[in-house]
Design a protein around this ligand. Structure first.
Ligand SMILES: [Zn+2]
Length: 182
């Protein structure tokens, strides 16, 4: 098998999502898969999990970086795959966030442990957000910090919008991360 990344998609407050929002989650995952498929690592097995509104409590909407820390340290799927938390809304200035890089094996941290993404914008925008934050977790920094491995309209620009460009150099770097299986 080609280098691949297994994912646990954890939808926070899923029972409060409208059918349109649930569809946007699927569409965003498909766009993310497309971005990674360009040069790899491929998205491998995707397992689905959810946290009910009642259990999520105040974390059903992410309002701050401390909410991100709390959410990603309260829950973790006990397997080796990367946990990707999906929330409907982040009311802070960011659309998603992630440790750069994420650590494996998983363990609680003082800061954010795993990527958290929102459905801000249309599916093209949120699909990019999903890919961008997962790539941060795999160790990629913003293009502005490492312009030598970024092409134009790159998904790792600080403010990428719906850009989906990804370079072979970025893929090569991501494939060295411990969440990626050979
Ligand atoms: Zn970023």
């Amino acid at each position: 098998m080609a280098p691949h990344l297994d994912l646990n998609v954890i939808v926070v407050g899923r029972d409060g999502f409208t059918p349109d929002k649930l569809q946007q989650v699927e569409d965003s995952l498909a766009i993310m898969k497309g971005i990674f498929a360009t040069h790899g690592p491929e998205i491998g097995t995707v397992l689905r999990f959810h946290i009910d509104v009642r259990d999520a409590g105040h974390l059903v909407v992410i309002r701050s970086r401390s909410d991100v820390t709390e959410l990603t340290n309260r829950w973790a799927v006990p397997n080796a795959a990367l946990d990707l938390f999906v929330v409907d809304q982040i009311t802070a200035e960011f659309s998603g966030t992630s440790p750069i890089p994420g650590r494996c094996p998983k363990r609680a941290t003082k800061g954010k442990r795993a990527p958290v993404v929102s459905l801000r914008g249309d599916k093209a925008f949120s699909g990019n957000t999903f890919a961008h934050e997962v790539a941060h977790c795999l160790g990629l920094n913003h293009c502005e910090l490492i312009p030598s491995i970024c092409g134009p309209a790159n998904f790792m620009a600080t403010d990428p919008g719906a850009n989906t460009g990804v370079t072979e150099a970025q893929a090569t770097r991501m494939k060295t991360h411990c969440f990626v299986s050979p």
